[in-house]
Design a binder for this molecule. Structure first.
Ligand SMILES: [Zn+2]
Length: 437
């Protein structure tokens, strides 16, 4: 385990020169912002202790020890980046990751729509080149490849990269940072489109990663990044989207600041319904004069200002609302248990680890869960050891309630599981507030 082991973190000093500093030199209790290097002293929310959320122990492993880490989220009062400390080296988290993007139909649809839009907007052809950072199992690049557009995925998890290769998506098994990008650039492999979906939040070394994205862009190239929007996280109480693998939580204000520090210009932004409310930002090199900043950018910054997110005070009430959600969910599940009702879960997403640990929910309140991902079937949720079965288990055991753990996919899940109505089954959606329907 790497806890307490010092490793090199790169930070940006106030004058935006990239400097390198050793964490241990600052002392064990001195936390610093991963973007601007300021001291982190203000709590955003403290969700207690929980294990790494994408680690699913097998039956042979459940009698062994599990490491729990604090889910204590800080707000940098200087740059307003909401962030967790990284307790594990990314190699330990992501090298054998269990998250296969292709097991969600709606996520595939989302990705295909994005590809078609980008092909049109950027006039991508068989002469273009697209690079995706954290390309997972090729879930997205496959749609560019189908259109004969050359692609390259960069994915640190070898087990997942292998699946992408089998789909015909060339994949480099590496972490993307400035040095990997420089090697590719030296080989003449810069791209017309560089994209990163749900990866910006997951990089502990934020400045090194963003620098890498910049280096991979051709002079006229476009970068798109998708990440959960902290405005929605706060508004909708989406506290379970906070987990150890997500180190940073971005507002538009902060992301513009981070990209600007690396000489990138955000010229457009779209709001997306994915992951409870995400942003897709479009950026180019700051020197690219052909890209004019669209009104969407200022509009979004204004909406964050009116929600108070441009000042530390705007982040203050979140923790209290999170606690209220916990009390409501526990109250419902205790009531169901006392009436002898059978409660199952649906899904074993990363976010369920936060929800279940913070709320103190174990097998006594949710007897089992199911997941379509065969890798997870027969394994257990981390920490709580709630067993994960094949989805057929639901029709066999006929639970009274099914708690939809990936609540962001609730419409898709409810459609798939309509048959629970035959025995009077009901769905429980835990967030934004406990809803039984
Ligand atoms: Zn900061």
């Amino acid at each position: 385990m790497s806890r307490g082991v010092s490793y090199i973190t790169r930070m940006i000093s106030p004058n935006h020169a990239v400097t390198t500093s050793n964490k241990a030199e600052n002392g064990p209790h001195l936390r610093r912002c991963r973007f601007c290097g300021e001291r982190l002293e203000r709590t955003f929310v403290d969700l207690g202790m929980s294990p790494l959320c994408e680690t699913y122990p097998s039956v042979d492993e459940i009698n062994g020890p599990e490491t729990f880490y604090p889910l204590h989220v800080y707000l940098c009062e200087s740059c307003l980046l909401v962030q967790l400390e990284a307790y594990e080296r990314p190699e330990d988290i992501f090298s054998n990751y269990a998250y296969f993007s292709s097991y969600s139909d709606s996520w595939l649809k989302h990705s295909e729509t994005y590809c078609n839009k980008m092909i049109e907007r950027l006039n991508l052809t068989d002469k273009s080149f697209v690079i995706e950072a954290a390309s997972n199992d090729g879930y997205l690049l496959q749609y560019f490849a189908k259109n004969k557009i050359p692609v390259l995925g960069i994915e640190p998890a070898a087990n997942i990269a292998k699946v992408a290769e089998e789909k015909g998506v060339p994949t480099l098994v590496r972490f993307l940072g400035a040095s990997t990008a420089a090697e590719l650039a030296a080989d003449g492999r810069c791209a017309d489109l560089v994209l990163g979906n749900n990866v910006l939040a997951q990089v502990p070394d934020l400045n090194d990663f963003v620098e890498g994205l910049k280096v991979l862009l051709k002079p006229g190239g476009v970068l798109t990044l998708e990440f959960p929007h902290i405005l929605r996280l706060i508004e909708n109480n989406e506290f379970d989207t906070i987990y150890h693998e997500h180190f940073s939580y971005f507002s538009m204000v902060t992301v513009v600041r981070v990209l600007e520090a690396h000489e990138l210009k955000v010229f457009d932004v779209e709001e997306l319904p994915t992951h409870g409310g995400s942003l897709r930002v479009f950026a180019s090199l700051a020197t690219n004069q052909t890209r004019k900043i669209e009104p969407s950018v200022q509009r979004l910054i204004e909406s964050e200002r009116s929600a108070g997110l441009d000042l530390p005070a705007g982040y203050a009430d979140f923790a209290k609302r999170v606690q209220k959600t916990k009390f409501a969910l526990v109250e419902f599940l205790l009531g169901a248990a006392q009436q002898g009702k059978q409660v199952a879960g649906y899904g074993a997403p990363g976010k369920s680890a936060t929800l279940l640990h913070y709320c103190g929910i174990g097998k006594d309140l949710i007897q089992y869960t199911v997941d379509r991902n065969p890798y997870k079937q027969g394994r257990f949720l981390p920490g709580t050891h709630i067993p994960i079965y094949h989805p057929d288990r639901i029709s066999e055991s006929k639970p009274d309630f099914v708690v939809i753990l990936p609540w962001n996919l609730k419409d898709e899940v409810m459609q798939q599981l309509q048959f629970i109505r035959e025995w009077g089954g009901q769905f429980v959606i835990p967030i934004p507030q406990v809803t039984v329907c």
